[in-house]
Design a protein around this ligand. Structure first.
Ligand code: IVH
Length: 669
């Protein structure tokens, strides 16, 4: 490569970085897409001619890195705390009073706050060394996250390089989000491909970031707002707003609505201002973040182990809207339970259109006296399915009271309600609606994890009569699947491949996927680890099964009767003949003196393990973790800053272990 070409490469990279910033951060492109593409292609051309000149921060390298298998764990040099929540103005005032009290030498009127939108996505930390992005990690549990550098690099608004001045080393923090439009587009595509839609943009963004193939992240059009700094080597700002200006000048995407409030009353005005305005944004916002502007005051006030004392989140109440009940229909679940659902006149709430709401059960409808034709108030809180809060002014002439059907709406079998149960049930094991729900559960992530088998595909498999039980899935041919309506050749192949792959999911997932009543994920893995194979489970006596720690008579009874039923015996045999693994893949359940059968409580900040790791370890050795300390607690593991639980444990004379002692116990040394 000659000098002129070298210069050209450097110039092209600069220009592309600049245009990425103008387009993705400033929203004000200066060149047409075509001109941008020309620059990009020229750079690609030079880089493929001289591969030795390709650098990790070249704009062509945004997609192409590799994410380590199962993501490397990253311990955050400075923990990523979360925020205490407030839900009304009185709580915000109380926060302000605490701040005033903690700063006795400061005039109340000179306390400034910054109010920011609280983006509903997931927090990330980006580390830059000598101006280069060297690492991007998720927040995880705040102490430890996951290295997702290659995926984060695909987000165009994240600069791959920044000026190496004034910070040689800096970690910035922000929130990755999925714009509403992109979320809608993605869900339409997923439904078309027969996959289940994401419940909310936050889940969709997290899913897009935690994939092993950066090309998938790239295709999801994520955005990011940088809101703070984890650490820096050059502490040059006095206030948060100054710091944010600095970050913006380094080309980080800082949100345009951040507002410096010169007194507390202004923060309260912001709360009112954004209550409805937040719904006009292109991204989901679930509240505001209110924080002290002065960095020196922040230092003075400090943090608890979980939250800074100098900031709070204000969470907006679930939004309500009024609409009309058009009809009440009944849905049949996996176990035959029948749930009434209201079809509503579509209404726009918290950024999306709602046309259905769950009514839970017959008693609930009666209690609220909800009838077809009524005007009702509905409420949507985060990802939770909207619910009907109350009927508006239920006077005048109304339709008749809602009556539960006497027959299953799907298979017309008589339905029953047992003593003490809220739900009516269809007890016909061959009911197609139940079969569809059972298949959905069987294919779900935590069960057999069959991709490409969403509700639309399942409906067709069942309605065409091709799939009548779990084992029928494993005899499907690609041609048959491709003949289903609206399923392209490629999707058919993907589905068949995914079904094939699920054969080796192992006994724990299979047991969970079979959907036996009371056998949840945890019971399924305990049973699998203890008994090792489906044959052994069948041969085990009820007494031996129920005496396993955490299993007990209800689960044992339910599983035994499931495994005795002829139709299930046949289905399991067919699954086995198709090559579905019937053995436990994980390690055998180990017994360890001092852990097996003991109850643990974890408290304080652990540094050698994450909470989940410690829990997993204890459970794998047959111990149990509970959250509250009681006389039944055998051990309390106390990390840093352990508080009231530790005090209570001492009072009850529970054995206290520090982390090192705990490590010794579980490692058996
Ligand atoms: S500042 C000490 N600013 O909210 C934590 N957080 O509950 C300071 N979040 O984990 C965080 N938008 O994921 C801050 N403008 C914003 C935010 C924001 C969303 C999230 C963040 C954090 C959680 C805290």
């Amino acid at each position: 490569m000659n000098e002129t070409e070298k210069k050209e490469v450097a110039l092209l990279r600069n220009k592309i970085h600049r245009h990425d910033h103008l387009y993705y951060v400033k929203d004000s492109p200066e060149v047409s897409d075509r001109d941008y593409d020309a620059l990009y292609h020229r750079l690609k051309e030079l880089e493929s001619k001289y591969p030795e000149c390709v650098t990790a921060d070249s704009p062509t390298q945004r997609v192409g890195g590799k994410v380590d298998e199962r993501f490397r764990k990253v311990v955050h040099p400075v923990p990523m705390l979360s925020l205490d929540n407030t839900f009304n103005v009185d709580e915000v005032r109380a926060f302000h009073q605490r701040v005033v009290k903690a700063l006795p030498d400061v005039e109340e009127t000179s306390i400034e706050y910054v109010v920011e939108l609280k983006f509903d996505g997931l927090a990330v930390a980006l580390t830059y060394e000598d101006g280069k992005l060297v690492r991007g990690a998720t927040r995880g549990d705040g102490v430890q996250g996951e290295d997702v550098t290659a995926n984060l690099k695909t987000i165009r608004s994240i600069p791959l390089e920044i000026s190496a001045e004034p910070f040689k080393k800096i970690e910035v923090r922000g929130e990755v989000y999925m714009p509403r439009k992109e979320f809608q587009r993605l869900n339409i595509l997923r439904e078309e491909a027969g996959e289940s839609p994401f419940a909310n943009p936050r889940n969709a963004a997290a899913g897009a970031l935690r994939v092993l193939d950066p090309a998938v992240t790239d295709s999801r059009k994520l955005g990011v707002f940088i809101y703070s700094v984890g650490f820096w080597d050059n502490n040059i700002c006095e206030t948060h707003s100054e710091l944010q200006r600095k970050l913006a000048s380094l080309r980080f995407p800082v949100n345009e609505h951040n507002r410096r409030c010169s007194n507390f009353e202004e923060t309260l005005a912001s709360i009112e201002e954004w209550r409805t305005k937040k719904n006009d944004l292109d991204y989901e916002v679930d509240g505001l973040v209110i924080q002290l502007n002065s960095l020196a005051y922040r230092k003075k006030i400090g943090s608890t182990s979980k939250f800074p004392r100098w900031a709070v989140a204000y969470k907006y109440e679930a939004e309500q809207a009024e609409t009309e009940v058009l009809e009440i229909v009944c849905q049949v679940g996996r176990t035959g339970s029948i749930t009434p659902v209201a079809n509503l006149e579509p209404v726009f709430v918290s950024g999306s259109t709602v046309s259905r709401a769950t009514l839970h059960n017959e008693d609930e409808i009666r209690k609220k006296d909800i009838r077809v034709g009524d005007r009702v108030v509905i409420e949507k809180a985060g990802e939770i399915i909207p619910k009907v809060v109350r009927v508006v002014d239920p006077k005048g002439k109304r339709n008749a009271e809602f009556k539960m059907p006497t027959l299953c709406p799907e298979c017309q079998t008589k339905i029953f309600r047992s003593e003490g149960e809220a739900a009516w049930r269809c007890v016909n094991a061959a009911c197609p609606a139940q079969l569809k729900e059972r298949l959905k559960h069987f294919a779900s992530r935590k069960a057999m994890d069959i991709d490409h088998m969403g509700p639309a595909v399942i409906d067709q498999l069942v309605e065409s009569g091709r799939v009548k039980n779990f084992s029928d899935l494993y005899t499907l041919k690609q041609k048959e699947v491709a003949d289903l309506e609206r399923l392209a050749e490629k999707s058919a192949k993907n589905l068949i491949d995914a079904i094939e792959k699920s054969k080796s999911a192992g006994l724990a997932r299979l047991l969970f996927g079979l959907g036996v009543r009371h056998v949840g994920q945890r019971a399924a893995s305990i049973l699998a680890e203890t008994f090792r194979s489906i044959t052994a489970l069948k041969e085990t006596s009820f007494e031996d099964m129920e005496s396993v720690m955490e299993i007990g008579p209800v689960i044992a009874e339910s599983l035994k009767s499931f495994l005795d039923q002829n139709t299930n015996v046949q289905d399991i045999e067919n699954l086995s003949n198709s090559g579905v693994v019937m053995e436990c893949l994980g390690e055998a359940r180990k017994e360890r003196g001092g852990v097996t059968g003991k109850q643990f409580v974890l408290t304080g900040t652990l540094s050698l393990f994450t909470r989940d790791e410690a829990k997993e370890k204890i459970e794998s050795l047959g111990g149990r973790v509970t959250s509250a300390v009681s006389t039944k607690t055998d051990y309390i593991v106390a990390g840093k800053d352990a508080g009231s639980k530790l005090a209570k444990a001492k009072k009850l004379e529970v054995t206290v272990l520090d982390e090192k002692e705990f490590q010794k116990l579980i490692e058996g040394v």
